[in-house]
Ligand binder design. Structure first.
Ligand SMILES: [Ca+2]
Length: 160
């Protein structure tokens, strides 16, 4: 037997041993489904309930930090959906797992703003994730934040 042949034989034998010892030491890589669940991405479905008319638009924004949420700036995703029903669904795909908060309001007159009374209190209905609400202005990120895990997530927001 040539040196080359012998080396090949040894290599083949090693592979055979490794293959036969799958459970002892050698770990097979996780299959696609498992690794998706571990590493993300996350998909979020937001169900908005409590819309009291079919006029105007539903404005939604998704935030990933307290700063952005407080300033209502730089949302990770946002949407304006023509209102078709008393319940609406918004889906955002391919997000990084983590803490997020959603703000939503019913822009009944479609002027792109949450209308307010002279007191500053909103006159259009609104809501946040976790159903967070505060009598002293909008709730903070902590109150509205939820965990987005890898895979599919669904939350519900009640606007009023
Ligand atoms: Ca408005």
């Amino acid at each position: 037997m040539s040196y080359e042949k012998a080396t090949q034989l040894i290599a083949l034998t090693l592979w055979a041993i490794l293959a036969g010892c799958g459970s002892a030491g050698y770990q097979s890589p996780p299959d696609a489904v498992t690794s998706d669940l571990v590493d993300g991405p996350s998909n979020l479905t937001v169900r908005v309930v409590g819309l009291d008319s079919s006029s105007g638009e539903l404005a939604l924004a998704l935030y990933d930090s307290a700063e952005a949420f407080a300033a209502r700036r730089d949302p990770v995703a946002k949407a304006r959906l023509p209102i078709e029903d008393k319940e609406m669904t918004w889906r955002v795909d391919a997000l990084t797992p983590g803490r997020y908060a959603v703000a939503a309001y019913h822009d009944a007159d479609s002027d792109g703003e949450l209308d307010r009374a002279i007191t500053g209190w909103p006159t259009e209905s609104y809501g946040f994730s976790n159903d967070a609400r505060s009598m002293a202005g909008p709730p903070g990120f902590k109150a509205a934040a939820f965990n987005l895990v890898a895979g599919d997530n669904q939350i519900e927001i009640s606007v009023r």
